[in-house]
Write a protein that binds this ligand. Sequence first.
Ligand code: DX5
Ligand code: ZN
Length: 221
Amino acid sequence: MTKEILIAPSILSADFAKLGEEVQAIDKAGCDWVHIDVMDGHFVPNITIGPDVVKALRPHTKKIFDTHLMIENCDAYIEAFAKAGSDYISVHAEACTHLEGSIQLIRSNNVKAGVAINPHTSLNVLEYLLDKIDLVIIMSINPGFGGQKFIPQTLQKLRNLSAMIGERDIRVEIDGGVTALNAGEIVKAGANVLVAGTATFKGGKYKENIAAIRASANAGK
Ligand code: DX5
Ligand code: ZN
């Protein structure tokens, strides 16, 4: 299924001292989704954003909130992130003992459900879940920090995932190391949502940066 390419800036690269303004700025600069990286200091070494911050950001934009949970014990927090205004909630296959149950929990909160997988994780974990999810996040870096280099083996993973998904209505998001230079080949391999933290926020020129990523992405279609 051909889908429009969406650009999802990660606010991990924003100025945390003025997050509301930053969200407004990327909205105005033409982003499609707002990617929110939630880290717990256990599943990944970093600690970032909790549900109260998501709730505080919600009035600042009408754009889709794409909440990426990089946390253990996610079931305890799914309802809070749903109530805070998330449109999508994604959990990590590696962090969920009962992944199917966590997906059901997300859906029961009337939020679209996603599964994120780390660079080393096989696509096999998704095989029996494909009819229950709306989004797959393919990590093209090891999660925890922005500004890392794209792992090139991810391109083959994207191609394999596209074949697995077939005509199902599932979005494929790539997360980590996306730039205006590699967006084209990433889209060509099958991604249709591009997370871009560093590449959006660098130099403060959000509009130009998003436009450059989008132009490269669309050239790869
Ligand atoms: C990392 C996060 C990513 C990250 C992407 O764990 O999931 O969303 O912010 O940052 P860049 O685009 O800088 O690689
Ligand atoms: Zn992310």
